[in-house]
Design a protein around this ligand. Sequence first.
Ligand code: ADP
Ligand code: ADP
Length: 224
Amino acid sequence: MILDIRNLSKTYSNGVQALKDVSLTISQGMFGLLGPNGAGKSSLMRTIATLQEADSGSVTLGTIDVLKQKEEVRKVLGYLPQEFGLYPKIDAITLLDHLAVLKGIGNAKQRKELVETLLHKTNLWGARNKNLGGYSGGMKQRFGIAQALLANPKLIIVDEPTAGLDPAERNRFLNLLSELGENTIVILSTHIVDDVKELCTDMAIINKGEVLYKGNPLDAIADV
Ligand code: ADP
Ligand code: ADP
């Protein structure tokens, strides 16, 4: 599956032009979207995630017209915004099962198996009965991945995932992400060069709403 972004532009009502004629073709694997704060990364990711409108341009995911077929996109999308609310007074295993019910996944036995698999995969099994309010930043991020994987997504977007994580949690999270990339499009939006350098096979650099580079991370990022 290919994500094809064509001539996307967006100006906010305050006059800030966040996206200027952005075109990118993204295939399966880990894609890094690198740029400083204010570059337009979140604007681009929110548009692809159907959370905001663009002024002009088009986005297709396989055969889905992303800007028009929002429901279709949401069925195949896992989106982890920079900060996401978790119900603090519920534990991981209960919330994942509730979410699986809401998504209409399987019967009770199938849901139990899926939820257990995801908790193991994200290394949260040991904390499955703990209320989410007591989770560390890294645990919350990994819970976000478990939640995103419930829907068996074709496209996963993670926005600034390693901000605020300690080095051990950062490594743990990046390793988890790298396992997802093979059959899925994973877009890692970040201002941290090392995240892209270590993980991504393809990347773009964006600044002031414009794509400055698209290609191999090793060519773009010398030994910095
Ligand atoms: P990044 O994610 O790379 O930090 P953003 O997409 O959040 O960049 O922001 C790009 C530009 O658009 C910035 O100048 C930001 O201040 C502005 N911006 C972002 N969201 C809004 C909004 N809802 N209304 C007005 N301006 C916004
Ligand atoms: P490990 O596989 O090493 O046990 P975890 O994924 O369980 O790692 O834990 C990652 C981080 O979360 C560690 O800093 C750990 O101390 C913390 N942690 C793990 N389980 C719990 C828990 N039940 N309550 C609070 N913190 C936890």
